[in-house]
Write a protein that binds this ligand. Structure first.
Ligand code: NA7
Length: 544
């Protein structure tokens, strides 16, 4: 369906001189943006969503690369707010792929008539706070301007795609792209010599898929990852019926776990059972689909220490077993970071790819990439001739997507400067000096939708509170913000997620300050903290 706003004179690009006025502006029409629009509209606010893409879906609009799919069980990932939607929508696979996920989000946009408030192809370039009027004014790259009391950045956790600054990329004679900007019309890789840089969750999905069709594949790996079998499959009618009958239990289960998945840790320590029993549990979970092998394991597998290393050894051996060439196998076995310190890439035949004659693994830690040449990629050791280069090199997470908008708060200060040493917020939601701005794009590092929905609900209630109490602005006290920032640093230092050099802590982007970009607390703890703050009349916030 076309976006009606694009055709209506006065609401589209024709309206460059007038300034559109709303109660709230949302940036981004992905999972959180769509739901935020739905909720604020329900509360009677006038809302406009600005979306960079030509369609809705956010992550599931942009990430069209072959193999892109959920690592959460599909039926735990969908929205829970509408029973009708839950009963109408049939997830076809246990771990649904991008085309279906994009279809789902379009279905949601149509079902709830969201499109009339979404302006597509509209990249917000700046957002400036007018202190006298308590109004945010945004401007899109095409010159459209709009004002609103509340501004919500639903810009995603992983949406600012990152292409390393390799010398010579402009000189490359072939085609190249980043996985997060995969062309809508697709890329014909058949018969081509393709190079993939990056072996994170994205690279692992992509490599497995395209190895089936390219004439030759060169994989440039800097860090080997712990990858685990996804064990995907279609959902048969009987299972579908059971899923639909048990959504309340499924969502309840998810609400009780740290990462909002339906897997509960085993409360026992891996070290308190016999080695035989331990191994039996590892094997049993390994045969299960998805993250169960990770998140239903002995609880201390996810704590730095002996149990974690014991399980890491088990996974390393699982990897070794699948690769014929022992030299290649050792390159694919991670030894420099703890199991679980990065998100576990799930795979469906990834390691077997390296047994194919047309696939070459290049270790760019041993011989770093020096430059891109007209013909391909030049490392310290050799030049690899390629027709296509694919960057599966990840994202400037959380703050990256905010920094790409010129956001200016009180006194003209920029959010970019304020976050230069890492985010300084209260509960990830607001930052002092930026009243009525809700940065909800750090919602979750677990099962995204499960954590995003309650956050959107909280923000919606908060906005309602501000309006109903005739306040015009809300922002955190500097004390609450300082205490939260300290909590993130201190509690964050103890968790696995901060132990590796990954996007979780900004370590994947050269020059980015190292800081945990999300909350160190579990999802239930975060929800409880937010509820308590709200119950105490938004304690820690200044309401004026
Ligand atoms: P990731 O997990 O950040 O992975 C990016 C990959 O790109 C990773 O293997 C990086 O190696 C590699 N990379 C990045 N820069 C370079 C350079 N300069 N040279 C060589 N290799 C490089 O992003 P993904 O898109 O895979 O996954 C992001 C999330 O999406 C994931 O956590 C899931 O939640 C879904 P490195 O490890 O830094 O050595």
């Amino acid at each position: 369906m076309e976006n009606p706003l694009q055709q209506t004179p006065g609401a589209g690009t024709a309206l460059t001189e007038e300034v559109a006025q709303f109660d709230a502006i949302i940036i981004g029409a992905g999972i959180t943006g769509l739901y935020q629009l739905y909720r604020l509209r329900q509360l009677g606010l006038s809302v406009r969503v600005y979306e960079d893409g030509a369609g809705v879906g956010g992550t599931w609009y942009w990430n069209r690369y072959p193999g892109a799919r959920f690592d959460s069980e599909s039926y735990t990932y969908g929205y829970s707010f509408s029973e009708e939607l839950l009963q109408e929508w049939d997830w076809k696979e246990h771990f649904s792929g991008q085309p279906e996920n994009e279809r789902y989000l379009n279905y949601v946009a149509d079902k709830f008539d969201l499109r009339r408030d979404i302006r597509l192809n509209a990249r917000v370039a700046s957002a400036v706070y007018d202190e006298r009027e308590n109004i945010w004014q945004i401007q899109t790259e095409d010159g459209h301007r709009a004002r609103a009391q509340f501004l919500i950045t639903a810009v995603g956790l992983l949406s600012a795609h990152y292409v390393p600054d390799f010398a010579g990329l402009d000189s490359f004679k072939g085609a190249w792209c980043h996985t997060g900007r995969w062309p809508k019309e697709g890329m014909d890789l058949r018969g081509k010599r393709v190079g993939v840089i990056g072996t994170g969750a994205t690279g692992v999905q992509l490599i497995t898929e395209i190895a089936k069709e390219v004439v030759h594949l060169t994989v440039f790996q800097r860090t080997a990852n712990y990858c685990a079998p996804l064990r995907n499959g279609p959902i048969d009618p009987e299972t579908q019926r059971r899923i639909k009958a048990s959504y309340p239990e499924i969502f309840k289960k998810c609400s009780e776990t740290p990462g909002s998945f339906m897997h509960q840790f085993d409360p026992r320590s891996a070290l308190e059972v016999s080695p035989e029993e331990r191994l039996a549990q590892y094997e049993r979970l390994w045969a299960e689909p998805g993250f169960k092998k990770w998140l239903a394991n002995f609880h201390d597998v996810m704590i730095p220490g002996e149990a974690n290393e014991d399980y890491a050894k088990f996974v390393r051996n699982k990897i070794r077993e699948r690769i014929k060439d022992p030299v290649v196998a050792e390159k694919l076995v991670p030894k420099d970071h703890m199991f679980g310190s990065k998100r576990l890439p799930c795979e469906s035949g990834y390691y077997e790819v390296y047994n194919q004659d047309n696939v070459l693994l290049v270790d760019v830690r041993e011989a770093p990439i020096e430059r891109i040449t007209p013909k391909g990629v030049k490392t310290a050791d050799a030049e690899y001739e390629l027709d296509v280069i694919i960057f599966a090199t990840g994202y400037d997470a959380v703050t990256g997507s905010l920094n790409r908008i010129d956001i200016r708060g009180e006194g003209g200060q920029t959010l970019k400067a304020k976050f230069a040493q890492g985010p300084r917020t209260y509960m990830g939601i607001q930052s002092a000096g930026f009243p009525n701005l809700f940065t909800i794009n750090s919602a979750s590092v677990g099962n995204f939708v499960r954590a995003a929905e309650p956050l959107v609900d909280w923000v919606s209630d908060c906005i309602c509170y501000v309006r109903n109490h005739q306040f015009s602005r809300i922002s955190p006290t500097p004390q609450a913000e300082a205490a939260w920032t300290q909590h993130v640093a201190e509690a964050g230092a103890k968790i696995l997620r901060t132990q590796a050099d990954s996007w979780f802590v900004g370590a994947n982007i050269p020059g980015k300050a190292r800081a945990l970009l999300t909350s160190p607390d579990s999802a239930p703890v975060m929800r409880a903290k937010r509820a308590e703050v709200a119950a105490k009349g938004y304690e820690g916030f200044l309401l004026q």
